[in-house]
Ligand binder design. Structure first.
Ligand code: PFF
Length: 446
């Protein structure tokens, strides 16, 4: 077996983990989830989910990885001393596969939009409805999405093969601040758009009556998806972490990821309302609303190019972490080289993503109960599998590991004794109960 690598610095580890967390989930998924779930109400519930459930779940997952120092399939069994807990890892690998199947489709769309920036002179002279037609024709009835997604998968596979740490560590340190900067510039720009007030009202108006069990479930799912929790990516990065404080690192990941998602909302909603697009548009929202802004903007070609390039890069640092879960797991499990394992994982993901992409076309066979496979995978993973993964990890660490062993490990990883008592309550009681209640309520059992 090849020697286990680790991150070369604390900052490198942070950049890689933030790279995994910040991606399409922040810029593409967060705004349309917020749009479909009541705007401001969703935002508030989302922030609570990040703080009360996401942050401790980050600490838990990072610590399991750091304690286990192995792939995500075997980590929980190793930490608890009982192999039965390895089911969490298997569930995670399966979830990572499902996430990749739809994620690569959207990542491919962002590549197309880099090209569209040039081809259609930054969507000049196009109104919202022609931009909608442009998107629908491309995404739902042409062959190009398949080419783009395969290209994206191959690029991801090459980076995973070349050695993730150096590539991601270096790349993320430069690219993440750039992504942040671009979002801030866009947020400032939309302040000056006419008719944007309704957008701010929609995003910032907190109407408690809009908080329903399904809004809470969506916010919970979105927070886990956005923080890359529950399927083993943070765990595997934790296993490459030899230094640094798990609490500080988790806090930084949660803060940076949330800031970018919140800012994406400040860009999209004012723009959406300014151009008369429905905020509940769904997965196509960012690909219709933003081009509408770029079309009006002085220097729109440049900004559009920057934006879709950075969206692509954000997606890439996330797909690398997802493919890494499968590659590391298959290599360890089947005692094969990382290279072989990577090739197998890549082939599987190409097949799955093409099926998801095909499911979006009219009359596709992969449409079940009126919902394409793409949306099934998206909903099942973020609403159920990721939070369940996080819940089981919390139960395992909180109950299957003795309190003293956990205290020693956590203190070694930099947790302060006073915080340990709070963390223990969160991991043992709050996280499992809250996630379970939210799911039971949503499924109608409660
Ligand atoms: N957090 C990523 C995003 O917001 O785009 C998506 C993601 C990456 C989800 C890795 C889960 C994961 F394990």
């Amino acid at each position: 077996m090849e020697k286990r690598t680790s991150f070369s610095s604390k900052f490198g580890m942070l950049a890689a983990a933030v790279g995994s967390a910040v991606g399409l989930g922040n810029i593409w998924k967060f705004p349309y989830e917020a749009g479909a779930n009541g705007g401001g109400a969703f935002l508030v519930v989302y922030l609570i989910c990040v703080l009360v459930l996401g942050f401790p779940a980050l600490i838990t997952e990072l610590s399991i990885g750091r304690m286990a120092k192995t792939n995500s399939l075997d980590a929980c069994g190793k930490v608890s001393g009982r192999k039965g807990w390895n089911f969490i890892g298997y569930m995670g690998v399966f979830s990572a596969f499902m996430v990749m199947c739809f994620y690569f489709v959207v990542a491919g769309w962002s590549l197309e939009y880099i090209c569209q920036t040039f081809a259609s002179s930054t969507f000049r002279d196009m109104d919202a409805s022609s931009l909608e037609t442009l998107f629908n024709t491309f995404a739902y009835s042409s062959r190009r999405p398949y080419l783009w997604l395969i290209l994206f998968i191959i690029a991801t596979a090459i980076i995973v093969q070349l050695g993730v740490q150096k590539g991601i560590e270096k790349g993320s340190k430069i690219l993440m601040p750039m992504l942040f900067l671009i979002i801030v510039i866009l947020a400032i720009y939309v302040i000056f758009l006419p008719n944007n007030t309704e957008g701010y009202q929609f995003y910032l108006n907190f109407d408690i009556s809009k908080i329903t069990p399904s809004v809470i479930l969506s916010a919970l799912g979105q927070s886990f998806f956005s923080l890359s929790l529950g399927l083993g990516t943070i765990l595997i990065y934790g296993s490459y972490m030899n230094q640094g404080n798990v609490v500080g690192t988790s806090l930084q990941i949660a803060l940076l990821d949330t800031l970018i998602a919140v800012f994406a909302g400040f860009v999209i909603f004012p723009a959406v309302f300014a151009y008369g697009i429905a905020p509940t548009e769904g997965p196509s929202l960012a690909f219709i609303a933003l081009p509408a802004v770029f079309a009006q903007m002085p220097g729109g070609t440049f900004v559009s190019l920057m934006f879709f390039s950075l969206l692509t890069i954000g997606a890439l640092t996330s797909t690398i972490s997802l493919l890494e879960v499968l590659t590391a797991s298959f290599a360890d499990k089947f005692h094969i080289s990382r290279q072989r394992s990577n090739i197998i994982a890549t082939m599987l993901v190409i097949i799955g993503s093409c099926l998801c992409c095909y499911s979006l076309t009219d009359g596709s066979l992969f449409n079940f109960c009126g919902k394409p496979l793409f949306s099934w995978f998206e909903d099942i993973t973020s609403d159920y599998l990721l939070p369940l993964g996080g819940m089981f990890m919390a139960i395992m660490l909180g109950w299957a590991v003795s309190k003293e062993k956990l205290r020693t490990a956590m203190t070694d990883f930099g947790m302060k004794p006073w915080f340990f008592s709070i963390y223990l309550v969160l991991v043992r009681f709050v996280t499992p109960t809250a996630i379970l209640l939210i799911m039971l309520r949503q499924s109608g059992i409660l």
